[in-house]
Design a protein around this ligand. Sequence first.
Ligand SMILES: [Zn+2]
Length: 143
Amino acid sequence: MRDDPDNDAAAPPADLADGLTPQACDVLFAEATEYPGSSPLNAEKRDGTFVCAACLTPLFESSAKYDSGTGWPSFWRALPDAVATRVDRKLARPRTEYHCARCGGHQGHVFADGPAPTGLRYCNNGVALRFVPRGEPLPEPRR
Ligand SMILES: [Zn+2]
């Protein structure tokens, strides 16, 4: 994940750095992509909430998670106003990037080949999320 030469300065803002791995920083702050199948969250099937690993804001509910077969945690809906999008032209075919609306941390890309009812597939990097099982208190968002 750190083999991109212009990608080793993924320093997080100081107020968001706590608890983040170098891999998470590369994804969140340099738009790196984790290896498919590498995230333990692929297999996470409990009820709960997925929060931004950087600022701890809730982004997805487990009820919107599904197995897309891609190797990345996938969701068909984000929580209201939790993420914002922009066009990513790094590849020949433009994609829609999305990021945490609160801190701007990159989460993944959203595609129009998801299941009903939205038809959307939020393809998320697992390292950019933290899972909070139902019944455990949600962390206080920071920043
Ligand atoms: Zn965030």
